[in-house]
Write a protein that binds this ligand. Structure first.
Ligand SMILES: NC(=O)c1ccc[n+]([C@@H]2O[C@H](COP(=O)([O-])OP(=O)(O)OC[C@H]3O[C@@H](n4cnc5c(N)ncnc54)[C@H](O)[C@@H]3O)[C@@H](O)[C@H]2O)c1
Length: 346
């Protein structure tokens, strides 16, 4: 039997997909989540003996510590996620993304858990001119990104031969999940094509790395499979010989936002035969603009992507058309509302 994995934030957008992949690979999973956005994504596991579900908040030290018992590895996804959500609840963001994340990491270390994978974000780069690798200067433009950087630093500071964290700086995710989000660029565009018959792009020339959440889940499997006996490759940034930082994505999916809109329209055309117009307007309210290098994760972990934006748009369109997602405008699909009411309606 494989080691058990604690997925903290396992009921979230990525957590739901990662849990499925871990189970398919034969890992038993314990989910710790406070269910800010409801329990829909985990309902299907209620009678699954390979999944244990703990409802709890990582801001509670006792909950965190007890959830470590018998775990082989820990994946920390739980956070207040995205710039608008962090702006709406700044105290909760600092408590969760920074202070509680330190507690989770320290608790894992003291419990003797060597593998610790932390979900960070390419938003730590904020704005940058070159193609940015893991050693590039960080330039956060939001509280969300600042708390993620502080967390990275505090986790790396306790890395040693007994505790070997892997920091995953992920690109902006897209695709369908059992905990759906329509506040992510590809998903938003697909939704507005469905509800309004068009895609509106603000600005459009800003660069952003994109990544299918199915590919993201594969990257976590690669990180969980790192062979520590093989030693750490040279050139690991940020000083610690024990921790690793990876940008997670692919160079071919560094896109300008206008190209993202065109790819979404392409997927919808394949799904429905409809030609969706793309309208470009004014400036973007989102200051992020950066391109990222993914050579390190490709070279060290052999990570390559296999999913695309048109494919994701097609899948999400199908879920909307079939009414599997009844109303994509419900607050539960947007992190900044902190709403779980879909279950009451659904
Ligand atoms: N979605 C993206 O595009 C993206 C990109 C880069 C990095 N990330 C990172 O990946 C991780 C997962 O993101 P997501 O898109 O799945 O977000 P999400 O908001 O869908 O999931 C977060 C989960 O954490 C839980 N949670 C929040 N605060 C908690 C607390 N105090 N205690 C226990 N559980 C708590 C929520 O209930 C939710 O289920 C985050 O750390 C995020 O910063 C996401």
């Amino acid at each position: 039997m494989k080691e058990k994995i604690l997925v903290v934030g396992g009921a979230g957008y990525l957590g739901a997909v990662l849990t499925d992949r871990l189970l398919k690979k034969g890992y038993p999973v314990r989910i710790l989540d406070s269910f800010i956005y409801g329990k829909k994504a985990v309902e299907k596991y209620i009678n699954n003996p390979s999944v244990e579900i703990i409802e709890g908040d990582i801001r509670n030290i006792e909950t965190v510590n007890s959830s470590m018992v018998d775990m082989g590895s820990v994946v920390l996804l739980a956070a207040v996620v995205g710039d608008p959500a962090s702006k709406a609840r700044p105290e909760q963001t600092v408590e969760t993304n920074y202070l509680a994340s330190q507690v989770v990491a320290s608790s894992a270390k003291i419990s003797g858990i060597k593998r610790f994978i932390y979900a960070s974000t390419c938003s730590v780069y904020g704005v940058g001119k070159d193609v940015l690798d893991e050693t590039a200067p960080l330039n956060p433009v939001s509280l969300y990104a600042r708390t993620k950087i502080s967390s990275e630093e505090s986790i790396m500071a306790i890395a040693d031969s007994t505790f070997k964290p892997v920091i995953m700086r992920m690109s902006t995710l897209y695709g369908y999940s059992g905990r759906m989000r329509f506040d992510l660029v590809v998903n938003t565009m697909t939704m507005s094509a469905f509800t309004e018959g068009k895609i509106t792009v603000f600005g459009g020339n800003q660069w952003r790395p994109l990544l299918s959440l199915y590919d993201a889940a594969e990257a976590y499997l690669k990180a969980l499979a790192i062979d520590y006996h093989a030693g750490l490759p040279h050139g690991s940034p940020h000083g610690s010989p024990f921790g690793r930082i990876y940008n997670v994505g692919s160079e071919e999916q560094n896109y300008m936002i206008t190209s993202v809109a065109e790819l979404v329209a392409e997927g919808i055309k394949e799904a429905s035969g409809k030609e969706i117009p793309v309208e470009i307007k004014g400036d973007s309210v989102d200051a992020r603009d950066y391109r990222v290098s993914f050579k390190k994760i490709q070279n060290e972990l052999g990570f390559n992507v296999s999913h695309t934006i048109p494919e994701a748009a097609k899948e999400i369109w199908g879920k909307l058309e079939s009414k599997e997602i009844k109303d994509p405008k419900q607050k539960v699909y947007y992190n900044h509302y902190f709403d779980s009411s879909e279950e009451l309606i659904g």
